[in-house]
Design a protein around this ligand. Structure first.
Ligand code: PMP
Length: 409
């Protein structure tokens, strides 16, 4: 028993984070993990969340089980934030929603759901590159669905490779395949399709009858505006026969990383007269599948989220918090870009300010990343992905000088 088991590889960013912690050099900089830090490199307590906790009087709250679908108040609020009130009102009968163990739980649950024999798509199409966990999620939860990759990024131009993406999907997707799209702030590249390109993708998904899975981990965190960051999802919903799922995470936009707050929403065809019954069946099946795995999602974080999302004054505070976080990241992008320009670092660095969301896909090579770590104690992923949350007014010059040195050779 167990003799064939090989040691598993720890998830790259988490292993690297352990190396960072062990580094005793006072100049060390952490550009690894995707979690917001303030300008003092500290986790930030969102004022809206602090106020919600105060109002909830958490010291007196109970710790009973949530219903299997999750907190009804939370599910209702999460739908409204994601789709907007008009879509929720019109499409409610076609919508199944369940509170999940954050975005990861939602991604896993949709994979388990589609793995069922009577639904099974031949292929799941993932962007290359994508969030490091997507491949494992599909491998573990849907071993009978073949994983396929569509090109997403042009390394040389440091831009979205829309032409190659569409060409591959047009040519190689089979009808009823599933496709995963990042709703905004693509991790790791920070490059999203334009509205024109999203329109084209929606047409393609419609024509090929693809089942669309949006991963929405950064709503409001990318642009600072909740509605703009949900534009692509809402556009796809405007095609009644596109069936879709959305994996929604509140880790980043509410800073509730460890509380595991999220939801999975599935919208069946709005052109099927039996749609409402189908949505109810989807809902029941999602509940059953999650029941077998974790019973139900955790309570505490969803209470905070419901309080913030369910009170207009707290929701306004939250929107200001989103601007604070996205604003600081944008400011750090500009600062790093300007420092590199001032140093006349070889190459173009415009992509740093053009990319959106938490990460910069710097374009630094694996060797340059290694040198940054060994010589300068600056840690980022071997792919050159740097979390902009680790850049502060105090360390940005140091980071720029180090990049200048490794790039200049
Ligand atoms: N999807 C993407 C694209 C992500 O970047 C992340 C977090 N890194 C997640 C999903 C899941 O995060 P969580 O489980 O904390 O919601």
């Amino acid at each position: 028993r167990f003799s064939t088991l090989r040691p598993a590889q720890t998830d790259g960013p988490f292993a690297l984070d352990a190396a960072f912690r062990a580094d005793t050099d006072p100049r060390k900089v952490n550009l690894i993990i995707g979690a917001y830090r303030d300008d003092r490199e500290e986790p930030w307590h969102l004022p809206s969340v602090t106020e919600a906790k105060r109002r909830l009087k958490v010291e007196h709250s109970h710790h009973e089980y949530l219903p299997l679908q999750g907190s009804p108040k939370f599910v209702e609020a999460s739908r409204r934030v994601l789709f907007g009130p008009a879509i929720v009102q019109q499409q409610q009968p076609f919508l199944a929603s369940i509170q999940t163990v954050s975005g990861t739980g939602a991604n896993s649950l949709v994979a388990v759901f589609l793995e069922q024999e009577h639904l099974r798509p031949t292929n799941i199409w993932l962007p290359n590159p994508t969030w490091i966990n997507h491949a494992d999620i599909w491998k573990v939860n849907a071993p009978n669905v073949k994983m396929q990759w569509y090109p997403y990024y042009d390394d040389a131009k440091r831009e979205l490779d829309f032409g190659a993406m569409v060409e591959t999907l047009q040519r190689d997707c089979q009808e009823h395949d599933a496709i995963l799209l990042h709703a905004c702030a693509h991790n790791p590249t920070g490059r999203d399709p334009s509205q024109r390109q999203w329109r084209e993708l929606a047409q393609l998904c419609l024509k090929k009858r693809l089942f669309v899975i949006f991963d929405s981990a950064y709503q409001g965190f990318a642009s600072g505006d909740l509605d703009s960051d949900a534009w692509a999802i809402r556009h796809f919903v405007s095609y009644p026969s596109i069936e879709l799922a959305v994996c929604q995470s509140f880790s980043k936009n509410l800073g509730l990383y460890g509380e595991r707050v999220g939801a999975l929403h599935m919208m069946v065809s709005r052109s099927n007269p039996n749609g409402a019954n189908l949505a109810a069946a989807v809902q029941d099946n999602l509940i059953d599948l999650q029941r077998a795995c974790v019973s139900m999602a955790p309570l505490f974080g969803s209470r905070i989220a419901s309080e913030v999302l369910g009170n207009s004054d707290l929701e306004e505070m939250w929107k200001a918090d989103l601007s604070t976080m996205s604003g600081r990241i944008k400011a750090m992008r500009s600062a790093l870009h300007d420092e590199l320009l001032q140093l006349r670092t070889p190459g173009s660095w415009d992509h740093i300010t053009e990319q959106t969301g938490m990460f910069s896909y710097t374009g630094l090579s694996k060797e340059q990343v290694e040198e940054l770590q060994l010589k300068h104690h600056i840690y980022l992923l071997p792919t050159g992905r740097a979390s902009m949350c680790g850049v502060t007014s105090a360390n940005v010059s140091y980071i720029a000088r180090a990049i200048h040195e490794v790039v200049s050779g």
